[in-house]
Design a protein around this ligand. Structure first.
Ligand code: GLU
Length: 449
């Protein structure tokens, strides 16, 4: 029997997570859930200039909101010693070599290659430097950056999403693993960590396919087992535009602040571009059973952010009171909110937060709208005695209908306007008992109540 999977989500804390990042986070977390594995959250924070503590904290908060709770957590900035040791081994094996070109020199060389119709691949000039060349360059004040010497061969793997996949490493530049200031780029720390923690499945966006070719060689050079890889299609907006951390309104934080349910965001982030229809799925376990990497589409996962509204509304319409109560308490709706209230209003809500508006309509003050005072006065006289219950509305409107001959909209709309001050709203059969006889009568008499 093979060991339980260990998967990881490895964002760089250089911005707020957005719905496109929710996709790999969830695909990993759901994979672990489905296969009895564990989920590691790793902060890829080796870029010290762009990584901030605020973004790092936000990653944790946003994932928790999404319902993704890591089994393991660490940040790369705490693990430099491991990367140093790996770099030393690669140098000793002749797989990491010193280069001294400046950005400008590299750029000039690239232009020349392109001008000759050659691919802009690093020409490995630094490999032919002698010790005295290097000493001379260092004497000029240059510090080396370090490139990984790729084997010029095809790396092949069976991708968990894309099936047979390969990268021809002969067409790639030897990647820089260590900058001149000694800091690490993403590649080496990622492989060292995946190897050291025993990550079994690397599930990430298809923008990393080429990296996988390089990384497989790096696992091998370090003598580590190569994990399985799965590259999922990326979420794009309906016009095919990719999502970047700059698309602020689709950040998980703004979606949370706008009052969307995490389950709506999860459903859209995961089911878009899969074999399943995009629909609201409240439970993570159910979402896990619907998420099969092999059934993800190869085409971009296009979505329209307005789909969130429909998904959200459908989730709210079915939301049990216990769940709504916590949310409402956080939104400042008073404690005495009842299950009856929730069940009376939920079918009318696009977001849970709108319940607060109906709480105010029930409890007042409401300014009644009365267009036909005689009609409303007659209706007020027919208002049944209390206490009000689920059948009160029907009994009352039947009586008003019999007395006035009004029916349909002509019957219901004036009553709704007088009782709530609004043209639309939840079913009055549910709302009237919550408003209660006393307040209903005051409103029918035109008082603000
Ligand atoms: N930090 C990398 C990123 O944000 C991680 C990619 C990976 O999963 O290996 O893209």
């Amino acid at each position: 029997m093979s060991a339980a999977p260990l998967v990881r989500f490895a964002p760089s804390p250089t911005g707020f997570l957005h719905i496109g990042n929710a996709r790999p986070a969830l695909l990993n977390a759901l994979y672990a859930r489905r296969h009895g594995g564990r989920f590691l959250l790793r902060l890829d924070d080796t870029d010290r200039e762009r990584s901030t503590r605020e973004f790092a904290q936000a990653v944790e908060t946003d994932l928790a909101w999404l319902g993704v709770n890591p089994d393991l957590f660490f940040r790369q900035s705490d693990r430099t010693a491991l990367y140093d040791a790996a770099a030393a081994r690669l140098k000793a094996a002749g797989r990491l070599y010193a280069c001294y070109e400046t950005q400008e020199e590299l750029e000039r060389r690239r232009k020349r290659q392109l001008g000759r119709g050659q691919p802009p691949v690093y020409d490995r000039a630094a490999l032919s430097l002698t010790d005295s060349d290097r000493a001379a360059l260092e004497a000029e004040g240059r510090r080396p950056h370090w490139r990984f010497l790729l084997d010029h061969r095809v790396v092949a793997w069976t991708d968990l999403v894309r099936g047979d996949s390969h990268v021809d490493c002969a067409s790639l530049s030897d990647p820089v693993l260590v900058r001149a200031d000694g800091s690490y780029l993403y590649t080496l720390p990622s492989v060292v960590d995946d190897a050291e923690t025993g990550v079994t499945h690397v599930i990430r966006g298809e923008d990393h396919v080429t990296n996988t070719g390089v990384q497989v060689q790096l696992f091998e050079a370090l003598g580590a087992p190569v994990p399985a890889f799965g590259h999922h299609n990326l979420l794009t907006t309906a016009d095919g535009e990719g999502l970047s951390k700059r698309l602020g309104h689709l950040s998980l934080r703004s979606l949370r602040e706008a009052g969307y349910e995490p389950a709506a965001v999860r459903s859209l982030a995961v089911l878009t571009g899969s074999a399943e229809a995009v629909r609201p799925v409240a439970s993570l376990d159910e979402l896990a059973t619907l998420t099969d990497l092999a059934h993800l589409s190869r085409a971009p996962a296009r979505f329209d952010p307005t789909e969130l509204d429909g998904l959200n509304a459908r989730l709210v319409h079915d939301m049990p009171f216990a769940e709504a109560r916590e949310r409402l308490t956080a939104l400042g709706v008073p404690e005495e909110i009842s299950e009856t209230f929730w069940l009376a209003v939920r079918a009318n809500l696009a977001r849970v937060s709108e319940a607060a508006d109906w709480w105010r309509v029930v409890n007042g003050p409401v300014t009644p709208v009365i267009q036909d005072p005689a009609f409303i006065a007659q209706a007020a006289r027919l208002l049944p005695e209390g206490p009000f219950g689920p059948t009160t509305w029907k009994a009352w409107t039947d009586a008003v209908k019999a007395a006035t001959g009004a029916k349909g909209k002509a019957l219901f709309m004036p009553l709704r306007l007088a009782l709530t001050g609004l043209e639309h709203g939840p079913d009055l059969a549910g709302l009237l008992p919550l408003i209660g006889r006393e307040r209903a009568l005051e409103r029918l008499e035109g008082q603000v109540a």
